[in-house]
Design a protein around this ligand. Structure first.
Ligand code: NAD
Length: 265
């Protein structure tokens, strides 16, 4: 272990890491010396290129597992793959997530089911599979990427808000269960981060409201974010690296807001 590679020799799984926040967090872990299993949807050639480049940039092993976050057996297989390849699992980041925006009485039932499966139940399956490995090691870090929407609601996001509130409940419960075994479970609750998930909303809202994308960003998306700035990947990475470090050992079962003050209001 060295100061600039504090996670050297450790192993992590980051779900939904072929894009956005998950990819940035996987990069940060790899940069700290951690071996990483990437996961997520996308063009296989692009994913393979990103995987190989990340490994080369940081001199760590970076692997990819295709598990679909709607399928518990595939999620369990992904955790088993990490253990088989790396011989250990120190860090699990439950990050995969999707969004759909519609009034609750018009909300497509299949979208509700899909959002609950990907944004909430996948974290249960991954945690369930990871804990026996972490318990045997006597140390582990589970970090759930929740949202400001784990703490407060917005209209038209019933499934997302319900799933994210659920993630926080899961976080607290797991934290209590494993608190004496060197394992922590925490939830990072970002405000808006400019990722493909949010860029799609900017485009949709611009069309729906008949206003420019700039106006959507300032007056709609960032209306609730007092800084009027998107949260940066580097800020999320900084918090993650703290939580997984030894200094983070007593931060457990808690929601950590990183939202420019949104949930202070
Ligand atoms: P994104 O769309 O850029 O990335 C989502 C990732 O999840 C992708 O890698 C995608 O392939 C993966 N994914 C989606 N469905 C999947 C499935 N069935 N199986 C496997 N992987 C799947 O989104 P993002 O903005 O980076 O979001 C990442 C997480 O952060 C989500 O949980 C989201 O709710 C949360 N979050 C995002 C914001 C924001 O403003 N962007 C704010 C708060 C919380």
């Amino acid at each position: 272990m060295s100061d600039n590679k504090p996670l050297s020799g450790q192993a992590a799984v980051v779900t939904g890491s072929t894009s956005g926040i998950g990819m940035a967090l996987a990069e940060a872990l790899a940069g700290a010396g951690c071996n990483v299993v990437l996961n997520g949807l996308g063009d296989p050639a692009k994913i393979e290129a990103e995987r190989a480049q990340m490994a080369a940039r940081h001199g760590v092993r970076v692997l990819y597992h295709h598990a679909d976050m709607t399928r518990g057996t595939e999620i369990a297989a992904m955790i088993a793959y990490a253990k088989a390849e790396f011989g250990r699992l120190d860090i699990l980041v439950n990050n995969a997530g999707i969004q759909h925006v519609a009034p609750v009485d018009e909300f497509p039932v299949e979208k509700w089911d899909q959002i609950i499966a990907i944004n909430l139940t996948s974290a249960f399956h991954a945690t369930r599979a990871a804990l026996p490995i972490m318990k045997a090691q006597g140390r582990g870090r589970i970090v759930n990427i929740a949202s400001a929407h784990a703490l407060v609601a917005s209209p038209f996001k019933s499934a997302y808000v319900a799933a994210k509130h659920g993630v926080l409940g899961l976080t607290k419960t797991v934290a209590l269960e494993v608190a004496q075994q060197g394992i922590t479970c925490t939830a990072i609750c970002p405000g808006y981060v400019k990722t493909p998930l949010v860029e799609a909303q900017i485009a949709d809202q611009s069309k729906a409201r008949g206003i420019s994308e700039e106006a959507v960003m300032k007056d709609v998306i960032l209306a609730a974010q007092p800084t009027k700035k998107f949260v940066e990947f580097s800020e999320l990475a900084g918090l993650l690296l703290y939580l997984v470090s030894d200094a983070g050992a007593s931060v457990n079962g808690v929601a950590l807001s990183i939202d420019g003050g949104w949930t202070a209001a």
